[in-house]
Design a protein around this ligand. Structure first.
Ligand SMILES: NS(=O)(=O)c1c(F)c(F)c(SCCc2ccc(C(=O)O)cc2)c(F)c1NC1CCCCCCC1
Ligand SMILES: [Zn+2]
Length: 257
């Protein structure tokens, strides 16, 4: 993955020359046109197990030059909503700048201030790297972040460490907490579609779940997110989102009407 870090959000055109899947027909992110989404009553509530981690479980938080990544133990598992079991790999965020929002997915053309992705791999494969090249290999849970009134205590567990990893490659340790608190309380309402990693190598191996309920952060927390991290040319790491990709006939399912 080290070799994948020389791309940037500025030269998107070259992604598909260096990584052929980036030019594929099942790419992410997408715009969700809610009027075109198909209600699918057999979409079950997403169920998380093992997401509540004790404080003595230290998690690595890293600035990898493209986002902030929190590495997750495989003890976190997706046990509902997907036909097979998936285990957590990492979570990371996408955000904008003081000039504009930075979610990756959009809803009816609306871009949200930020978006969290919790990445999992299908346990029928021996490892994440093995899973990530199979169409049913990965499951990513996505939720939008908006500015509300109060501080979000769960996001604070990550945001309060950002100053320690301002430079690319820096990492720090975060005490365990209830990772489920980073996702909506209502895991029944979501959109579902087959897509890809939104970064090179853009493998088309992700079953995406985008929750309908958004997460609320304070204004201060959102500004910490958009103005703490730097990239490898010492500029602020901002607007780390890929433009929405064509559906090419794919259907988006909705677990609700
Ligand atoms: N939205 S997403 O899930 O596609 C995604 C992004 F959009 C991302 F932008 C990222 S970060 C860019 C990829 C990367 C670069 C460097 C390092 C490192 O030095 O450790 C690691 C990763 C990023 F890490 C991920 N998720 C990754 C996809 C990259 C390859 C496998 C790693 C787990 C999932
Ligand atoms: Zn992502």
């Amino acid at each position: 993955l080290r070799g994948h870090s020389h791309w940037s959000y500025e030269d998107l055109k070259h992604w598909s020359t260096d990584y052929s899947d980036c030019g594929g027909t099942k790419q992410s992110p997408i715009n969700v046109d809610t009027a075109q989404a198909t209600f699918s009553p057999d979409l079950r509530p997403i169920q998380l197990s093992g997401y509540s981690l004790p404080a003595n479980k230290q998690l690595k938080l890293k600035n990898n030059g493209h986002t902030v990544v929190l590495e997750l133990p495989e003890s976190l598992a997706l046990t509902g909503g997907y036909a097979q079991q998936y285990r957590a790999v990492q979570l990371h965020l996408h955000w904008g700048s003081p000039l504009g929002p930075g979610s990756e997915h959009t809803i009816n053309g609306r871009r949200f201030p930020a978006e969290i992705h919790v990445v999992h791999y299908n346990t029928k494969y021996d490892s994440f790297t093995e899973a990530m090249v199979h169409p049913d290999g990965l499951a990513v849970l996505g939720a939008f972040l908006e500015v509300g009134h109060g501080e979000n205590q769960y996001y604070h567990e990550i945001l309060k460490h950002l100053f320690e990893i301002q430079e690319v490659g820096q990492e720090t340790l975060v005490p365990g907490f209830n990772i489920a608190g980073l996702l909506p309380a209502n895991l029944k309402l979501y959109f579902h579609y087959n897509g890809s990693l939104t970064t090179p190598p853009c493998y088309q191996t992700v079953k995406w779940t985008i929750f309908n309920q958004t997460m609320l952060l304070s204004h201060n927390q959102m500004s910490m997110l958009v103005s703490s991290l730097r990239t490898d040319d010492d500029k602020l790491l901002q607007s780390n989102y890929r433009p929405v990709q064509n559906l090419h006939g794919r259907r988006v399912l909705a677990s609700f009407q």
